[in-house]
Design a protein around this ligand. Sequence first.
Ligand code: KIV
Length: 273
Amino acid sequence: MSTQLSSEVKRVTTHTIQELKNRGEKISALTAYDYSMARIVDAAGIDLILVGDSASNVIAGHETTLPITLDQMIYHAQAVVRGVKRALVVVDLPFGTYQGNSEEALRSAIRIMKESGAHAVKMEGGLEIKESITRILSAGVPVMGHLGLTPQSIYKFGTYTVRAKEETEAQKLMEDAKMLDEVGCFAMVLEKIPAALTQQVSKNVGIPTVGIGAGPHADGQILVLHDMLGINKEFKPRFLRRYADLHTAMTDAISNYVKDVKANDFPNEKESY
Ligand code: KIV
């Protein structure tokens, strides 16, 4: 089901995302954190935009996603929502705003929905956070789950290596995935797990799976925008395909500008009033 909000644009809804899985069409997803980038990503035809807490890394320069606050996520989400006409906008609930207490979880989700105008929230974890997930869902807020590598738990795991390679962890992930499906999440991210496990999960749950470093069998794929655009040269995981080399393009543009200013070649007569 798509909602017709204007004569031209059919908005992607959580129902559209489910329909894509039902008819075997892959879901395309990317992150965005600001108005200008979100406009470009949306106009290029993406189905789902995640205002990820990876903003903590790629925008704020932190080593982990833990420091970003709810106010900061809302600020990013507001900017993204202003730039988007078609895509479904999902916002990460940041670390510490939902794990311990379902009442606080609901308050956090409601703040995101009310103050940003986004369409859904994403939460990392399985059975441990079931109560928070169901409470948010019961308020009518769509929830996207996130299993596998969950960066908010980095200090528990100690590394960013592939998860659920062992049978017990794979079984737990499958149980968590079934729970997310049963309680009514509309989709789930599967991050950095073996491709065969992604295939099994995607077959065994009704809701769409969206993979990152999880192989080709997920119902959709997501990447961090700055990584796939090649803005960050140092980050080179095996799963990342770079679709541009913006680091080089931007460095060249900026150094040419510096050269022109120093040579008094910019602005020229045509560029002056
Ligand atoms: O925060 C984020 O960007 C994410 C994606 C990697 C799925 O959670």
